[in-house]
Design a protein around this ligand. Sequence first.
Ligand code: NAI
Length: 378
Amino acid sequence: MKRLNWGMIGGGEGSQIGPAHRLGAQADGNFRLAAGALDADAAKGKAYAERLGIAGDRAYGDWRGMLAAEAARGEDSLDLVTVATPNSTHFEITKAFLEAGFNVLCEKPMTMSVEEGEEIVQVAKASGKICAVNYCYSAYPMVREMRARVAAGEIGKVRLIVTNFSHGHHGDAADADNPRVRWRYDPAMAGVSGQFADCGIHALHMASFIAGDEVEKLSADFASTISSRELEDDAMVNFRMSGGAIGRLWTSSVAIGRQHGFDIQVFGETGGFRWASEQPNQVLYTPVGKRTQIMEKGEAGLSDDAQRLSRVAIAHPEGFPLAVANIYVDLAASIRGDAAGALPSAEDGLRSMAAVYAAVRSAGANGAWVDARPPMFR
Ligand code: NAI
């Protein structure tokens, strides 16, 4: 099958998420890196693009030049563009590429405001193009397994979801001025929320993804434990879902000793599941009144979705870049018109933004319960 042409904006040399996209997109032979505007520094971006094998005339200094030149190409123009730049640029770039008729995978958070999020949803709808958001944890095979089992009623109605995305990598006050750390707590660069918008929304998206329900309202407690920070570095968020489930979410960047620290437990009427990103190939399943069982990626009897997204045999690890690769597997299927799995959509990106603004409002009002739904979905 012909490889699809893929372009990247951001994700330049030394960036955090760029390599995971390049490994992921090219892991299954679906995409080839055909064009890119990879860096805020035009010369660096072009040089790096050429080192990655992009042809000189498609190694761009900035995304506007890339948009104009790629839109003018015929047959071999881009099938997909990934936006992996800092948050404040997502809206403008994603909107422009959708309007020009490109499919887009945007990094999270999709936008800086609810209004921008609603606009992206509308632009994507009008364009008829794919606009996906990189909630890549939802693409781990064993997360898909848990989701399939919840949907099949294996633990009955979901009563309670408890999830954490807490690490300790910004816990050193002496390092708080490090430029790679500081911007995340600077409203001009990060937006209205620090840790909740950075990591908490992955956990909130996961709760909806597993339960198959949307978050309706929430109550938040935000704290800046390092007092020089304008935005929160720790948040506790209680939420309620449309199907009646209760949610508890803790996210922190000062939890020294926790490395990645993303886990989720789903408790239903007849059992519970647990998945943790640091052991992503297992799901723990406890039927009521019975012992806990460990389900392993690659074992017999898993759901079609979990099997489809596993590449190597049981007991061989698959990790983060291959979860990102699974997002690209479903993107390729959607672009080719085949049945795709469960792509996180622009609607998901918008719901996260609405939840971020709701959490900021709630935290500013002593944890008052507030509507967490985007106005367009109320
Ligand atoms: P980073 O700061 O490490 O890298 C950003 C890259 O974008 C740099 O190469 C920079 O030169 C380039 N860039 C900046 N402005 C640009 C522009 N206007 N045009 C072209 N390139 C530009 O940032 P990082 O950590 O890689 O984050 C990027 C995005 O990915 C953020 O929105 C972040 O929230 C998201 N992210 C998502 C993760 C996930 O699990 N889905 C994990 C880590 C980051």
